[in-house]
Design a protein around this ligand. Structure first.
Ligand code: ATP
Ligand code: MG
Length: 230
């Protein structure tokens, strides 16, 4: 493994919180900054949309099967969907695939499935993959009522040595609620304020790369990348 190589695992408080949106933005930003990155969504279930989004973000540098070597029909956790198809995927196989295909890159981004503890493989979850890859985690959450609990519960499940440094990214929900403008400040009572980043709604054009992010959004993405490098 190259000395400078870094592994980043994008996980979160659950499904549908914005992990793929953020992953795509980060991949495009890293490429724009002239750095090399490989992205993976090793296990997909119920469609390969996340892997397709990462393939588009990678600008053709990676094939779909490299980004996503395992995919299952049922829209369930990958572990359960695999079992329904009588297939077995182990953490060892997942980490071996990622290591094999990321040798040339400075940064490797891996999107988990669901939340930190959602069943991923036959023998583990995204937390186990973080430990195995010695990766930096990033917690994504939807900035809505209940997020304080969700983030605190997720932080509490991280290995203690990774807890205080982890970036927490609050993704703006489609419709803000009374808590949305207050959650970052409330959360700073439990987690360092400089590690909490709020990402606004991002248009389809920006998500797909048809339009560039604003200077303000790029600043936030750079802040996340700095936190991950520190
Ligand atoms: N900041 C945002 N701006 C615009 N849309 C967003 C934003 N965050 C999330 N979304 C939308 O919310 C939905 C879920 O987001 P996304 O697919 O990134 O979640 P996920 O955590 O990757 O889900 P999964 O667990 O299925 O992988 C998508 O339709 C996405 O476009
Ligand atoms: Mg996703």
């Amino acid at each position: 493994m190259a000395a400078k190589q870094r592994f980043l695992v994008v996980t979160g408080t659950g499904t549908g919180v914005g992990k793929t949106v953020l992953s795509g933005l980060l991949v495009r930003r890293i490429i724009q900054l002239g750095r090399t990155i490989r992205a993976f969504k090793p296990l997909c279930s119920g469609g390969r949309g996340d892997a397709l989004a990462l393939e588009a973000a990678s600008g053709g540098a990676q094939t779909l099967d490299e980004i996503n070597p395992w995919h299952f029909e049922a829209p369930l956790s990958p572990a359960l969907a695999a079992r329904l198809e009588r297939r077995t995927v182990t953490l060892e196989a997942v980490s071996a695939h990622i290591l094999q295909h990321s040798k040339q890159s400075e940064l490797t981004l891996v999107e988990g499935a669901g939340g930190l503890l959602s069943p991923l493989t036959v023998d583990g979850d995204t937390r186990d993959l973080i430990v195995r890859l010695k990766a930096r985690p990033l917690i994504v959450a939807s900035n809505r009522l209940g997020v304080i609990h969700d983030v605190r519960a997720t932080l509490g499940c991280l290995p203690p040595s990774l807890r205080s440094g982890v970036p927490v990214v609050l993704m703006a929900p489609a419709a803000a609620d009374a808590s949305t403008a207050r959650n970052a400040r409330s959360l700073s009572e439990y987690h360092p304020a400089d590690r909490i980043v709020e990402i606004p709604r991002v248009s389809e054009e920006i998500q797909s790369g048809a339009r560039s992010p604003s200077v303000a959004l790029n600043r936030k993405l750079d802040q996340i990348l700095r936190l991950l490098a520190s």
